[in-house]
Design a protein around this ligand. Structure first.
Ligand SMILES: [Zn+2]
Length: 292
């Protein structure tokens, strides 16, 4: 893969690891297979590491991106890991052949979760029935391989929670990725036992302000951080980045906003969210001060 920086999208340099570097962070949701990273993926990873984002879980959301996520994880052992799954947008693609392939992918050591999977009644790129079908099949797969689920839900809470409840006793936990819902939804997820993924949505004063209050209710051992890059660039970055593309180097900014909202030190949140991610995904520790 070509790795040059000709796009002019590089954000300003950030301090590398040193005595004052905050505790290590883990980006549990980064769509690194997205083509917006094709021209400078290596730099994106290097910038993230220099900013203290020591490990990342690369999201698989289709057959192709799940395969690519696994390939990236193999190129960066111990630092990058992958999920394998089919996003509700692609639910129509999940036939017998792809299900078999997903079964093979999720058996791989570097694949730490099944997903992203779930329901999306907002965009409706796949019919609801096909989405529910694909969700059931992937939850069964997660139960079989004993790995947690990486969950997506938009405008489909009732169906989503009903299906999830059915499978939950057989599952090894999971995360409601990119949580943007309200208090009742949060209570429901917490009661079930899910971890909650918080993105830069919380930095958006137009639509994410309610999360500033809600993040206080998430137990520290179930609060995970993610960028969901290249989507959801935090709106409050100053100076404004030259590109709208989000990337993991901005995770410390999201962590700072979440920590402030919770009234805790950034260091404490970094420690707890990193420990929570490692526990849920059984991700090994890494000493990020040693180069790989
Ligand atoms: Zn998603």
């Amino acid at each position: 893969m070509a790795e040059n920086d000709t796009t002019g999208t590089a954000p300003p340099a950030l301090p590398g690891p040193g005595p004052d570097t905050p505790a290590a962070l883990i980006d549990i949701g980064i769509n690194l297979a997205h083509d917006s990273y094709d021209c400078d993926r290596g730099s994106v990873i290097a910038r993230a590491e220099a900013a203290g984002v020591v490990q990342m879980l690369v999201t698989g959301s289709s057959a192709a991106s799940s395969r690519t996520a696994l390939a990236f994880a193999r190129q960066h052992p111990g630092r990058l890991f992958a999920t394998a799954g089919v996003h509700p947008h692609h639910a129509m693609e999940l036939g017998a052949a792809l299900l078999t392939e997903l079964g093979e992918l999720t058996a791989e050591r570097e694949v730490l979760a099944v997903g992203e999977c779930g329901l999306d009644y907002y965009r409706n790129y796949s019919p609801h029935e096909a989405q529910r079908e694909a969700f059931h099949r992937q939850l069964e797969l997660a139960a079989r391989c004993g790995k947690p689920v990486f969950l997506h839900q938009r405008d489909a809470h009732e169906d989503f929670i009903a299906i999830l409840r059915e499978h939950w006793p057989a599952l090894a936990g999971g995360v409601a990725h990119c949580f943007t819902g309200g208090a009742a939804q949060l209570e429901c997820y917490l009661e079930l036992g899910l971890a909650i993924g918080i993105t830069g949505w919380i930095c958006d004063e137009r639509r994410g302000g309610h999360l500033l209050e809600l993040v206080r209710r998430i137990p520290a051992d179930r609060l995970l951080l993610e960028t969901d890059g290249p989507y959801l660039l935090p709106r409050d970055l100053r100076p404004k980045p030259p590109s709208r593309r989000n990337e993991p180097v901005y995770l410390p900014h999201i962590a700072a906003v979440v920590a402030r909202a919770r009234g805790e030190a950034a260091e404490a949140l970094a420690k707890s969210s990193t420990a929570a991610a490692r526990r849920l995904f059984r991700m090994p520790e890494i000493d990020f001060r040693k180069s790989s």
